[in-house]
Ligand binder design. Structure first.
Ligand SMILES: [Fe+2]
Ligand SMILES: [Fe+2]
Length: 200
């Protein structure tokens, strides 16, 4: 059954809650997600879910770490030690909570938001496109990411390979910097690798 999502309301809500710059990023992610969805033959229903996920993916990003924790507690979202020690990813959990509890979004939308920075074990097509659209939207440039052209090229052709290349690169980047890698990213990368190898 197809449910019409209130995309215009979500867009308005994102505009009210986010800075001008982040709202502009949100709109570019939505547009990029729609472009990739068309290239990969997503159904109209999945494209609508993807647009909702794009509009809400950073909805809590400008909150303080303390506020993320308050929201996660309020919505019974359990955070592991690795997530608690990584403030820049907390918004994927509080954002997924907001999508579920404030906007009554379906699980496909919440799950895509929940994995949009770290990746996750079971990423469906909506989650993969959101993950990639967030990285390659036109506001991201070679200056901020020298490898962006490769991921952009792959995102248009092969979602699994694009996610795999990006996740491997992210793991390498964090390890080179002497930083820990979130277990969700390690698990997501291993799952993508297995899927990719099983196709060969
Ligand atoms: Fe984000
Ligand atoms: Fe984002």
């Amino acid at each position: 059954m197809s449910v019409k999502l209130p995309l215009e309301n979500l867009r308005r809500e994102a505009e009210m809650r986010l800075s001008k710059e982040r709202f502009a990023h949100t709109l570019r992610v939505e547009a990029e997600a729609v472009r990739l969805a068309a290239l990969h033959g997503l159904s109209a229903e999945d494209t609508e879910l993807l647009r909702a996920a794009a509009l809400l993916h950073d909805i809590t990003k400008e909150l303080s770490a303390e506020d993320h924790l308050k929201l996660c507690k309020k919505w019974d979202i359990l955070l592991d030690c690795e997530s608690l020690s990584c403030p820049q990813i907390l918004h994927q959990f509080s954002g997924a909570g907001s999508a579920a509890r404030e906007f009554a979004m379906p699980e496909t939308v919440c799950s895509a938001i929940r994995t949009h920075t770290t990746g996750g074990m079971e990423m469906d097509t909506v989650a993969r496109i959101l993950y990639l659209a967030d990285l390659v939207e036109p506001g991201r440039s070679i200056a901020s990411d020298p490898y962006i052209c490769e991921v952009r090229f792959l995102a248009e052709r092969d979602l699994c390979k694009a996610c795999l290349v990006q996740m491997r690169r992210e793991i390498r980047r964090l390890r080179d910097m002497g930083r820990g890698v979130h277990p969700l990213t390690v698990a997501a990368c291993a799952a993508m690798e297995e899927e990719y190898n099983s196709r060969a």
